[in-house]
Design a protein. Sequence first.
Length: 249
Amino acid sequence: MSSGVSVRPVRPTHVAIIMDGNGRWATANGKPRHAGHRAGVKSARQVVEACAESDVKVLTLFAFSSENWKRPPSEVDALMRLFVEVLQREVDTLHENGIQLRFIGNRESLPTILRKRMADAEARTAANSRMTLVLAVAYGGQWDMVQAMRRISQKVRSGDLDPADIDEALIARHRALAGLPSPDLLIRTGGEQRVSNFLLWDLAYTELCFTDTLWPDFGADQIAHALEFFSQRQRRFGRTGDQLEAVAD
Ligand code: FPP
């Protein structure tokens, strides 16, 4: 987690990625969109490996947003089948490499078979501690805040919580990433420079790195560049640059 006083952070503890550009990559290569998503899985695998080797402790990948349900049913269906297949194929390797899997998002909206694979993968890898891989599936930052508010309100209604005790730390404990630090670095591929309802609470102080590279073209070299970009940032957390230089001296 960020100390809040380091002038030049060496490594991000938590990297979050909006993996964008699969469809455009497929079109540019004369392939159907689902081929772009399949190619995207290869990039995800390379990035997971590179992050684990670089001592990143949490990697969060935005695999499917609350808004992605609006895509053509055939594409949504292909994506759900791809997620099931990827979990089936990759969980052993992730487990052998000490990676813990965790999912965030509205699970109730997902197909039963996928929910079962997700629960199995989480149970199987629960004791792993080298790196946590968070897959955001049917996730939206606004949904995340809504589910946190609902759970907090229930505690207030039952008398277990005084509204005066609601503060940033309490909300953080009710967000989907509860127990994990907020991302230090957000990477978005595919050329757009927006957050698209990703981790709205968590991105308050995150460094943002946008690249035109389409997700299927993103791999170990590109993540190395992003980590280098991060190491050049001065993270001030509201302080002045002079204050930070003084702490570092
Ligand atoms: C965006 O490309 C990507 C997605 C909708 C998410 C799907 C991501 C994967 C299948 C890769 C990794 C998968 C896992 C399970 C880790 P887009 O379709 O929005 O591209 P476009 O903007 O070019 O149309």
